[in-house]
Design a protein around this ligand. Sequence first.
Ligand SMILES: CC(C)(COP(=O)(O)OP(=O)(O)OC[C@H]1O[C@@H](n2cnc3c(N)ncnc32)[C@H](O)[C@@H]1OP(=O)(O)O)[C@@H](O)C(=O)NCCC(=O)NCCS
Length: 154
Amino acid sequence: MEKVTIRDMSDHDLDGVYLLEAGCDPVPWSVSALKYELENKESILKVALLDDTVIGYTCIRTLLDVTHVMKISVNPEYRRNGVGRLLLTESIKLLRTLKPGVKYVTLEVRESNYAAITLYDNSGFKRTGKRINYYRNPVEDGLIMQLDLSIVSG
Ligand SMILES: CC(C)(COP(=O)(O)OP(=O)(O)OC[C@H]1O[C@@H](n2cnc3c(N)ncnc32)[C@H](O)[C@@H]1OP(=O)(O)O)[C@@H](O)C(=O)NCCC(=O)NCCS
């Protein structure tokens, strides 16, 4: 695949990210929800671009000393090219710089989402629990996974 650029998301990316979001998530965030996150000082949003087109994005949000992976999506046409891993790595790298006091990165993931679970497993996240019927459309349990930043380098 040609060169993919990862950079901070800006207002100009809102439409492109919304299109991606609507194509990837059964419960997509609206443009105004995305805008809210962009304006939230506790959130870090990154986009992956190929020829100026948004092909992936991620949003992580911090509450006290824990950061939550809110969203990570890659356009289905460009999956398995390392874009998801790059987005996650770059977001956590910036998090460590901006918020050195953060101890854990946590997330929920559908139990059936093998691709995402494998990405998180291979990025150092550990399974720490389960939320019963956490997801809707369709209803499904969510695995809770957590990355201990004091153990993982980077
Ligand atoms: C999860 C997601 C973001 C991964 O994006 P991606 O760009 O395809 O991931 P990468 O190519 O960076 O993969 C990194 C690693 O994750 C694992 N992985 C990713 N997709 C996988 C799959 N379909 N099957 C098995 N392992 C997979 C592999 O270990 C892979 O490394 P490798 O290719 O060297 O083996 C993408 O599948 C996606 O957008 N899914 C829909 C949205 C979603 O479910 N988000 C997560 C919500 S919690």
